[in-house]
Design a binder for this molecule. Structure first.
Ligand SMILES: Cc1cc2nc3c(=O)[nH]c(=O)nc-3n(C[C@H](O)[C@H](O)[C@H](O)COP(=O)(O)O)c2cc1C
Length: 305
């Protein structure tokens, strides 16, 4: 069974990736996961300067979900390049580096810091983090999304993936803007904005008050977003949101995702990516598919009267 997938200029050995912020810098997972088998590794988002992140609490469990407000805690791109890149780039799986800037210029500088470095397969632009002040703006306004993608495109020779937020009225319009800006693919979705409250103390549970909801609770929202983009925009989609089983993975593929990322499920089953990879060939064969592409976007929709 040929599991290879193509996302614009990016070719991946298979469609099962691990999502930014949920897999550390991969070192933490090496004893549990055969990293070389992954379709791609996306480490925690890096920023131009180090960021301390938000005050505690930073995570709260909810019904079928996880609420987080980490606030892009990271050591900055220079430390990433020095301490994490050599390890990540030598694992045998495609490395997709996630970056976030507060301004277009910062996104450009981040792309320039990564340009020409060996072992990077693509850049994922996190234009959708709900937990940093202003962090969601680029993904919320189509014109701003297009501008930041095209500015990065001008300075980077790498394939570019725009990671989109579901916290908008029309995600298909933002995806179209990313495509117009020159993105090779879109990742859909980042977390859904939410909140948790301790009524006895009359306090919000998260130090940041608001956070991003992830996990099985958001899968229907993520599927809806993938569907809306697949129907309206000609750009490859990487589906993310609540994927924690082979069935979830297959649902995203037939809805229109060419690949998927596993996020929160890594926390409750760190080997889930390997299990899905083991089961994927049989599931494809059960639909008479010989390649992943044979089933992507093959959802049978009811005919309109
Ligand atoms: C604790 C935590 C930290 C995250 N950090 C990042 C991040 O740094 N960059 C990013 O693009 N997404 C981040 N995400 C979002 C995930 O990559 C993913 O888009 C989201 O959680 C939805 O997928 P899931 O339901 O499978 O977790 C984070 C999610 C969680 C739960």
């Amino acid at each position: 069974m040929d599991l290879q997938v193509r996302l614009g200029r990016l070719t991946l050995p298979n469609p099962v990736l691990v999502a930014s912020g949920t897999f550390g810098y991969a070192r933490e997972m090496q004893s549990l996961v055969d990293l070389a088998r992954l379709g791609g590794i996306i480490p925690k988002t890096v920023t131009r300067q180090p960021r301390a992140g938000n005050p505690p609490w930073r995570t709260v469990e909810t019904a079928a979900g996880l609420l987080n407000a980490i606030g892009l805690d990271n050591d900055g791109v220079d430390a990433f390049v020095e301490h994490h890149l050599p390890y990540l780039a030598s694992r045998g799986a495609p490395l997709i580096v996630s970056v976030a800037g507060k301004t277009e210029q910062e996104f450009v500088e981040l792309a320039l810091c990564l340009e020409g470095r060996t072992g990077i397969a693509a850049i994922e632009l996190n234009v959708s983090c709900p937990n940093v002040s202003g962090g969601v703006d680029f993904g919320a306004v189509p014109a701003r999304c297009m501008a930041v993608v095209s500015k990065v495109r001008q300075v980077s020779s790498l394939p570019i993936i725009a990671k989109l937020t579901p916290n908008v009225a029309r995600i298909d319009e933002v995806a179209q803007a990313a495509a117009d800006g020159g993105a090779d693919a879109v990742s859909v979705i980042n977390t859904v904005q939410g909140m948790a409250v301790d009524w006895r103390k009359r306090k919000p549970l998260l130090g940041n008050v608001l956070g991003g909801l992830s996990g099985p609770a958001i899968k229907p929202i993520a599927l809806r977003c993938v569907h809306q983009i697949a129907q309206a925009v000609r750009i490859p989609i990487i589906g993310i949101g609540g994927i924690s089983s082979l069935d979830d993975c297959m649902e995203f593929l037939v809805t229109g995702a060419t690949a998927i990322q596993i996020g929160t499920a890594n926390y409750f089953d760190p080997t889930i990516s390997m299990k899905i990879l083991d089961q994927l060939p049989d599931a494809l064969a059960s639909l008479q598919a010989r390649r992943v592409a044979d089933i992507v976007g093959t959802l049978r929709l009811p005919t309109k009267p």
